[in-house]
Design a protein around this ligand. Structure first.
Ligand SMILES: *Cc1c(COP(=O)(O)O)cnc(C)c1O
Length: 403
């Protein structure tokens, strides 16, 4: 028999990844107070979180969680359609729909599940799914699971997307894009993509995991930022684990679209509903996120301060106006040694390496939060400058696209 051992094959792939210096490492934070975290006994100031508004440690949300758990206990006990849906789930869906100006919302347990559920429900064999090359893995996996043909266009290149759609004029088509790109921090060209989808009769789907709460009027996200709504973006995915500071996700759309997803999105149907107390906490967080612009103003001031300080120190940032501020390094080993050197100075800044980003584009992914103090940002800038001086770039390593 020549059947291969799958466990051995996995171990081989693992060994190859280790050889290339690309092994991912799981570390445990043993204590956290906002951006101050303890890892392996060391106290670090974190620039790694997606808690952009500082809501994950807002005491009002923790209080809402405790109060709701007094009423609802912990687990929902069943899938949404089999009795797991409770009052807080419905209230949260209604609040999200009202905030974002969409007719209806449907909660999913995570953004990963929302994207997989939506794309596999909407698309089928013979259809086409056109996606930005830098889209989140969950959009890629959703398209693959659907059986549709997946076509990926160069980052933010609406003309290339147009050519891909035009080449398949008879196929059902979804164009899916991140609203704010998770590893680059830039905003998708949604107006152009919306015009293209209208022209081509394609359905535009936006995953705004990193835009919600951060960009757009009152934090409504990238769709609002582009002046668009349900007419141009019939499917909008948002997540509750980033700027909202909780956990979970929702899909927004027309009443018909949401009713259909409830019937056909398997990652909605065949899973336990999120804990109702968590939905209640997320409701409190959404109300704060939409009504308290001061957190966004503080975050915007931090972003501006950081970019100005980086320019003064000659640090090569990518062109981003969002709290995701990648410092392009290029070489994988150098990115890792920069991250280590920052950690020795008391900062947690993750090095993002292939395969998460393209070969030759390793970077430090710095994320800012309203929970940071301006002094935290100054301290990081000084540490970045001294770490860069300690680990100089090899000639030609810093690639194009740098401001
Ligand atoms: C984080 C993220 C997701 C996944 O959301 P989870 O709720 O964490 O599963 C989906 N899309 C994008 C763009 C993300 O950044």
């Amino acid at each position: 028999m020549t059947r291969p051992s799958l466990i051995d094959r996995l171990a081989q792939a693992q060994a190859e990844r280790a050889q290339a210096g690309l092994l991912r490492r799981l570390r445990t934070v043993t204590a956290a107070q906002g951006p101050q975290v303890t890892v392996g006994g060391a106290r670090l100031l974190s620039f790694a979180s997606n808690d952009y508004l500082g809501l994950a440690s807002d005491p009002r949300i923790a209080t809402a969680l405790r109060a709701a758990s007094e009423i609802w206990g912990v687990g929902a006990g069943a899938a949404h359609l089999l009795g797991g849906r409770r009052g807080p789930h419905q209230a949260l869906e209604e609040e999200l729909a009202d905030w974002l100006g969409y007719p209806r919302a449907l909660l999913f347990s995570t953004g990963m599940m929302a994207n997989i559920g939506v794309l596999s429900a909407v698309l089928g064999r013979g259809d086409v799914c056109v996606q930005d090359r830098l889209n989140h893995a969950s959009l890629i996996d959703g398209a693959r699971l659907s059986g549709a043909e997946l076509l990926r266009y160069p980052h933010a290149d609406a003309a290339a997307a147009a050519r891909q759609l035009a080449a398949r004029p008879d196929a059902g088509a979804v164009l899916a894009t991140d609203g704010v790109f998770s590893m680059d921090g830039d905003i998708a060209p949604l107006s152009e993509l919306a015009a293209l989808c209208t022209r081509e009769h394609a359905t535009l789907m936006v995953d705004d995991a990193h835009g919600l709460g951060v960009v757009g009027g009152h934090g409504r996200g990238a769709v609002d930022h582009a002046g668009l709504g349900v007419a141009e973006v019939p499917l909008l995915v948002v997540t509750l684990g980033k700027a909202i500071g909780c956990f979970g996700a929702a899909v927004l759309g027309s009443v018909d679209a949401i009713e259909a997803l409830l019937q056909f999105a398997r990652s909605y149907i065949y899973t336990t509903a999120m804990p109702p107390a968590l939905a209640s906490a997320a409701l409190a967080a959404v109300r704060i996120a939409r009504s308290e612009d001061q957190h966004r103003q503080r975050l915007a001031a931090h972003i501006e301060h950081f970019r100005r300080g980086a320019a003064e120190r000659g640090l090569p940032l990518l062109p981003s106006s969002t709290p995701i501020q990648p410092l392009l390094v290029g070489d994988t080993a150098r990115a890792a040694s920069l991250a280590q050197s920052l950690e020795a100075q008391g900062f947690h800044v993750p090095a993002i390496r292939p395969p998460t980003v393209a070969a030759g584009s390793a970077r430090l992914r710095i994320t800012l939060s309203a929970a940071h103090a301006e002094a935290d940002i100054d301290a990081l800038l000084d540490a970045l400058a001294s770490a860069s001086a300690l680990h100089p770039a090899a000639a030609g390593v810093i690639s194009a696209g740098v401001v």
